[in-house]
Design a protein around this ligand. Structure first.
Ligand code: CP
Length: 302
């Protein structure tokens, strides 16, 4: 994986993805090392982030590396009209690896094609979020003991949810049964469903969440994303359509876990947090180890 950009989850084979998860297990045991002490990582966030940006930066800091970059483009020469091309070519002079989040779908692919250093896509609009998928796979494997033959329920914004798109594609490698719960307006796009169909896997679509809960091994909740709606009234109409609360998960399977890429708004009540079946904050922690593994692999250290 040395020098190999990660833009779409499909850029890495199943074997390469599993290798990252295995290396992440090593980092979980020993997250503080000095292996990145000679490296500079650029962190370019053109769109808001808490977990992705800070877990990447935490991952670098704990491995002795340095981070340069920005958390909003308004403080950079983008404000003066500089193109993404010129920004990437410039930042590549200052760093060994670029991590970029950008609201424009396809921007990460473009950056990877022109950049002399590898690029990691930290989310490009509603398209893909492959590093989230790696940490989701890590979290699923850690909680279930396997990735194979699971019933995965995905709830919320399946249309614009980039974490959903990347995760569905990755889970097609593991004989997953998909339970897709969304408002009619936010169903999984056909382009993503095509991956499920190509593998001849089973998927079911629902508008209500209750009936999937007894069958699910994983409940992957997502936020209805205000920023993806062009019509604010449509967002207001469906923003609170799902609300998971403690009583709803009382009769779920023993191995059942609730995941969420976060941030949440109202879709998971606070009273779920104390349940041993709530796993979303541990999931966010796993992002540090997985991102350490990914960067160490791309830089040729692991
Ligand atoms: N999961 C995720 O991408 O969170 P942030 O938007 O806070 O980075």
């Amino acid at each position: 994986m040395k020098n190999k950009s990660l833009v779409s989850i499909n850029d890495y084979s199943k074997e390469e993805q599993l290798r990252i998860l295995d290396i992440a297990q090593e980092f979980e045991k020993k997250p503080v090392q000095t292996i990145l002490q000679d490296y500079v990582i650029a962190s370019l966030f053109f769109e808001p982030s808490t977990r992705t940006r800070l877990s990447f930066e935490s991952a670098v800091n704990r491995l002795g590396g340095k981070v340069v970059g920005f958390s909003e483009a308004s403080n950079t020469s983008v404000k003066k009209g500089e193109s993404l091309r010129d920004t990437i070519l410039t930042v590549a002079n200052y760093s060994d690896l670029i991590v970029m989040r950008n609201p424009v779908e396809g921007s990460a692919r473009f950056a990877s094609e022109i950049s002399p250093v590898p690029v990691i896509n930290a989310g490009d609009g509603a398209n893909q979020h492959p590093t989230q998928t790696l940490l989701d796979l890590y979290s699923i494997r850690k909680t279930q003991g396997t990735l194979d033959n699971l019933h995965i329920a995905m709830v919320g914004d399946l249309k614009y949810g980039r974490t959903i798109h990347s995760l569905v594609i990755a889970l097609c490698n593991y004989n997953t049964t998909f339970h897709l719960v969304s408002p009619v307006e936010l169903k999984l796009p056909s382009s993503v469903k095509m991956h499920i169909k190509e593998r001849k896997l089973t998927y079911h679509q629902y508008t209500e969440m209750d009936e999937v809960l007894p069958h699910a091994d994983i409940l992957y909740m997502t936020r209805i994303q205000r920023e993806r709606f062009s019509d604010p009234l449509e967002y207001e109409r469906i923003k609170n359509v799902y609300n998971l609360h403690k009583d709803m998960i009382a009769d779920t399977k023993e191995n059942f876990r609730v995941l969420h890429p976060l941030p949440r708004v109202n879709e998971i009540a606070i009273n779920v947090d104390k349940s041993p079946k709530a796993y979303y904050f541990e999931q966010a922690l796993n992002g540090v180890f997985v991102r350490q593994a990914l960067m160490a692999s791309i830089l040729g250290i692991k």
